[in-house]
Design a protein around this ligand. Structure first.
Ligand code: GLC
Length: 416
């Protein structure tokens, strides 16, 4: 089958979270199963795009209400990722160093989706499946089915994978003119709670909905997303499929990003060597058990709970444990994470920012991984931890519930 994955993130080109890891590896394995899978991503001003060769394969114009943008479709030349990577360059909107968090994100991602549909219609491509990920690409199912310009895609199967139902990309109804011409009687397919809601629209229009773990599907049908009634209504076409991890990238026996490779028989030595190496860099005592947190500082991940929890644990076990926090996000959380260092110097440290290499090393070096997530659609970190012999301490929710078996039940994690 010919499958297009359309996404805002794809590792290693552009990553904020686990969405990138999934979109950066699933297509490779689909290709090995005999499918023809490509990923389509916006062309950002980020290192991967500058360091790799891309060739222009198409250029066109897109209309966003009264605005007009020219765009180019570029193809990464080497297929180094194990699949074809196409990027859509819309200079005014995406020639920027970050993926999200701009005021015009609605305009940016809607333009990206329109450019994608313009391109495949103009070049008469007939994918068997268009696979969309999260709200940034969630208007594609509606547009493919209903916009006059995309009539040739009317019967193309579409899938939406929900990696996070917290973010739905809703915007005001006055921007309905952004969407290429369609039969107005269909506008209800865009609407949820008085707004145009891309995620809700895809739940209505996509042929299939998947969530990244079975438990998360139950959770968002039951509560917590604002889309409960809609998801309940569309339950029949929805399925929870647990993410996997790419063990060609995440394998302590071959991982080039860690200090010392190890396998199940050299496990103790390997973990100790990595721990000594990491502890030295962060001025921690490698004799102590090492707890790490790796992730985004957002409420879903429970990052705001860390400061108090760390300070209690470090006070109660004075000098006997180490904690290392790696991540970035909410500035108040960043500040309080930084502030703790003054009180627990030598047993506590942090790295503010996203650093792939350091994360790999931390999984290899740590004894425990902390995941106090309030919401966790799947979670990959606990699976990386298990692969590296690190005990995940998690909340019993979403994908964590589906992947971490508590030690008390014969597993290798701690699940509360
Ligand atoms: C999002 C979710 C996370 C999931 C990842 C990949 O980042 O928060 O739970 O593992 O997407 O699906």
């Amino acid at each position: 089958m010919k499958i297009f994955h359309v996404s805002a993130e794809c590792y290693p080109a552009a990553k904020v979270g686990g969405l990138a890891d999934v979109v950066g590896s699933l297509p490779k394995y689909l290709n090995r199963l005999g499918h023809h899978t490509a990923v389509v991503l916006p062309h950002y001003a980020m290192p991967f795009f500058e360091e790799n060769a891309f060739e222009k394969t198409y250029e066109g114009i897109l209309q966003l209400g009264g605005f007009e943008f020219s765009f180019e479709v570029l193809k990464e030349q080497t297929n180094q990722l194990g699949f074809e990577l196409y990027t859509i360059a819309i200079t005014e909107l995406f020639d920027r160093p970050k993926i999200y968090a701009y005021e015009d994100d609605t305009e940016r991602f809607l333009s990206f989706q329109i450019a994608f549909l313009n391109w495949i219609t103009a070049t008469k491509q007939k994918p068997d499946i268009i696979h969309c990920h999260d709200h940034h690409t969630a208007l594609i199912p509606f547009m493919a089915q209903n916009c006059l310009a995309y009539n040739s895609l009317k019967n193309t199967s579409t899938i939406l994978t929900i990696h996070s139902a917290q973010y739905q990309g809703a915007f005001g109804a006055e921007k309905i003119t952004y969407i290429p011409e369609f039969d107005e009687t269909k506008s209800g397919l865009l609407e949820w709670n008085g707004m145009i809601n891309p995620l809700a629209s895809a739940v209505k229009c996509a042929w299939k909905i998947t969530t990244v773990s079975p438990s998360y599907l139950d959770e968002i049908i039951g509560y917590a997303s604002g889309l409960e009634n809609l998801l309940r209504w569309e339950r029949e076409k929805s399925v929870g499929i647990l993410n996997g991890i790419d063990t060609e990238v995440w394998n302590p026996a071959s991982d080039p990003m860690i200090h010392y490779n190890y396998n199940t028989s050299s496990f103790e030595l390997g973990k100790n060597k990595n721990k000594e190496f990491l502890c030295e860099q962060f001025n921690l005592n490698s004799e102590n058990p090492l707890f790490v947190f790796i992730g985004r500082f957002v409420p879903e991940k429970g990052a705001d709970l860390l400061t108090e929890a760390c300070s209690t644990a470090l006070s109660q076990n004075a000098g006997e444990i180490n904690i290392l926090i790696i991540g970035s996000g909410d500035t108040d959380v960043e500040r309080s994470i930084q502030g703790l260092k003054n009180f627990y110097f030598g047993n506590y440290n942090f790295h503010i920012g996203y650093n792939e290499k350091l994360s790999h090393l931390a999984y290899a070096a740590a004894d425990f991984l902390l995941m106090p997530s309030r919401v966790e659609p799947c979670g990959l970190n606990q699976m990386y931890a298990l692969k590296y012999g690190t005990i995940p301490i998690v909340r019993r929710i979403g994908g964590l519930k589906d992947t971490v078996l508590d030690m008390g039940d014969g597993g290798f994690g701690i699940c509360h």
